[in-house]
Design a protein around this ligand. Sequence first.
Ligand SMILES: Cc1cc2nc3c(=O)[nH]c(=O)nc-3n(C[C@H](O)[C@H](O)[C@H](O)COP(=O)(O)OP(=O)(O)OC[C@H]3O[C@@H](n4cnc5c(N)ncnc54)[C@H](O)[C@@H]3O)c2cc1C
Length: 382
Amino acid sequence: MIEFELPERYVAIRDEARALAGRIAHVAVEADAMSDAVHPEVLAALRDSGLADLVVPGAHGGRFDDVDPLAVCVAREGMMGTSAHLDSLFALQGIGSYAITRGGTPDQQAHWLPRVGRAEVLAALALTEPVAGSDLKSLTTTIERTADGLVVRGEKAFISNAGHAAFYTVLGREGDGWSVVLVPADAAGLSTEPSPEIIAPHVLGSVVLDDVVVDESHRLGEPGRGFDLVLSTLAVFRVSVAGAAIGLAEAALAEATRHATEREQFGRPLARLGAVAALLADSWTDLEQARLLTYRSAARARTDPLAALPHSSMAKLAASEAAGRIVDRCVQVMGRWGLIRDSTIERLYRAARPMRVYEGASEVLRLGIAKALTDEHAAGVR
Ligand SMILES: Cc1cc2nc3c(=O)[nH]c(=O)nc-3n(C[C@H](O)[C@H](O)[C@H](O)COP(=O)(O)OP(=O)(O)OC[C@H]3O[C@@H](n4cnc5c(N)ncnc54)[C@H](O)[C@@H]3O)c2cc1C
């Protein structure tokens, strides 16, 4: 028999995440307006919740033997509807540290991962540069092996947690390939500065690496095989963006439904006016479609994250695009109340937009999905 319901242990994780979100809801407006600082109460609540243990492996204090993409996905679903700041803090602990999980030396893993899993230190992943975005292979940061160690030179831009992370997982060019190194935030030559504020404020900054020297033991994975680690990270965490998008869309729909039920025009609740009913119905339908694809893709990613990557990309594409459509309709349903600065719906409206850009912009995801489809066709799978 095919099981379409989320198993109980994942429902419990989503409830845990919702409870955490509920505890910080009173500071959510303030936290979600922060772009150059981490909200201390939100971070403390994340620490106390123990939920960051979902993003590190069991051998280093994690909740499960391996990081479980479905667990991360439902946790983000539980957080994002209340606070994008909380969601980002949680997700970045995994996104920034997964290369250590997969490619760190035992000493690096023992040093960093338990602290990441307790949210005692913040993690960051530094791929994007002032020029290189989707086309990451055009990046210009270099990693050079010398007698003194690995010299890292370049600039990273739009890096989440920049200025607040304890370490940066940096992708750079090494010879003919690309490698990943772990650069502690206190390394000599590393400096950060805030990025321009975006429509949904997010802790973002540039990371300047001015001939930073780190020991060879800071190398993550094999020299020249850096994209393997980047892909592994995306394979586990990309689908969790879809989880966050579902949480956001659900919160928006709840807000619009409440409003459309309470407010009357032309002698009837808005929800009974045909065009408004259609906006609500289409939104619920979009949400449930996205939810099914997301849970299914995350469940696939549990078994074999890399093989499931096209499905994770589909879920991220479908759910982030659906969240954009849903929250836009919800603003429409709420009329002038949908436009009030820092109201729940207005914050959700702004928070939805970057989700179609980061961790694979929609157009770039479509290219990857189509490539996987034609590869399967060529291999006779379809
Ligand atoms: C909130 C936020 C947090 C972020 N956090 C991090 C982080 O922690 N670490 C990090 O390294 N980066 C981070 N980024 C950067 C993010 O990864 C990039 O914004 C993203 O990769 C897209 O790159 P870009 O913005 O340079 O857009 P571009 O690559 O310039 O793309 C612009 C447009 O062109 C389209 N496009 C690009 N290439 C193609 C193609 N081949 N075919 C068709 N269309 C194409 C894109 O889909 C997009 O619509 C963050 C960004 C945001 C907004």
